[in-house]
Write a protein that binds this ligand. Structure first.
Ligand SMILES: Cc1cc2nc3c(=O)[nH]c(=O)nc-3n(C[C@H](O)[C@H](O)[C@H](O)COP(=O)(O)OP(=O)(O)OC[C@H]3O[C@@H](n4cnc5c(N)ncnc54)[C@H](O)[C@@H]3O)c2cc1C
Ligand code: FES
Length: 281
């Protein structure tokens, strides 16, 4: 059995600056040993520990999708020590990826259901993975209606702009892009925070509908009553938590909320499960 603390060596194959403030970058990695790609088999919603030798390790959601082969992608906000070092790295540099870690969105349960995705800011990463997975020609028929409400502070802060435009054009996904505000006279999408736009645009919930919500805690807090009003039960609202972590594999106890370890039992929980833990959201 492989040591669970050992990362796979990867090479940075491409770097995309996502946001106008240049603090959000997407890193595309390829495995140095081709066999490692098969060992890193993941589902949309999981995360991995990115490691830079001599600097540290950080948990980051997997932004690529299992249906995209030959590489893995992560979108990283420049926050502190490790993320700043990563932002200074170049194409061709070598680092480590440990994972995949944690659970994933409940794909078997979501089959045949309507799926509403609600995302805010740079927490859209595993939601991108999920949308690409659901829209894949081999998977699209497994899901009923797919709706997305995605918001950022301004147009320049939206992630994956080219893909958003492509998804907007499709008739098998209902896109509702929004920004908190903009002075751009050509902006043709919504203006407003994610919770009110969700209230205006999202389809009502029922026993055949699930909502996956990822964003800053304040967005989650104000989206929750909106989803309740729309008819989504707490066990049909799925969240991904981002508690502080260390080992990522359930050994150190750093990420505990109540009896749950977010790295191992999560990061994906229903709101009903979160409600049974000491409150953070
Ligand atoms: C499951 C999971 C998935 C994540 N996915 C992503 C992702 O896709 N993209 C992304 O950019 N970030 C993601 N994060 C957050 C990311 O792990 C932290 O931003 C990162 O660890 C900061 O590392 P650092 O060494 O640069 O910062 P540090 O030097 O450790 O800290 C810098 C600042 O960031 C704060 N910070 C550190 N860790 C966290 C955290 N977990 N949550 C909130 N604030 C934190 C510190 O308090 C400090 O203010 C995720 C976290 C988890 C647990
Ligand atoms: S991070 Fe160590 S137990 Fe979760």
């Amino acid at each position: 059995m492989q040591n669970p603390y050992l990362p796979y060596p990867v090479r940075i194959d491409d770097i995309t600056v996502e946001s106008e403030d240049r603090n959000l970058k997407t890193f595309k990695f390829v495995f140095l040993n081709p066999d490692d790609e098969a060992k890193f088999a993941y589902r949309a919603g999981q995360f991995a520990e990115l490691s830079i030798a001599g600097v540290g390790e950080i948990p980051i959601g997997i932004a690529s999708s299992p249906v995209e082969k030959g590489f893995i992608k992560f979108t990283v906000n420049k926050a502190g020590v490790v993320t700043s070092r990563l932002h200074n790295m170049q194409v061709g540099d070598i680092m480590g990826v440990r994972g995949p870690l944690g659970n994933w969105y409940p794909w078997d349960l979501l089959e045949g259901k309507n799926v509403l995705i609600v995302g805010g800011g740079f927490a859209f990463t595993t939601l991108r993975s999920s949308i690409i997975y659901m829209l894949d020609p081999a998977n699209r028929k497994k899901f009923n209606d797919i709706s997305v409400v995605y918001g950022a502070r301004s147009p320049g802060m939206l992630l994956y702009k080219n893909e958003l435009i492509e998804w907007e054009k499709r008739d098998d996904i209902n896109m509702h892009i929004t920004v908190d505000g903009t002075k751009d006279p050509d902006w043709k999408y919504n203006v407003g925070f994610v919770p009110p736009i969700t209230e205006q645009k999202a389809p009502p919930g029922d026993e055949n509908s699930y909502a996956i919500v990822c964003g800053p805690p304040i967005m989650i807090k104000f989206t929750q009553p909106v989803l309740e009003k729309l008819g989504y039960d707490h066990d049909h609202i799925i969240l991904s938590l981002e508690n502080r972590m260390k080992c990522g594999i359930g050994m150190c106890g750093r990420c505990g909320i109540g009896r749950e370890l977010v790295c191992k039992d999560g990061p994906v929980f229903t709101l009903a499960q979160v409600n049974r833990t000491p409150r953070e959201y």
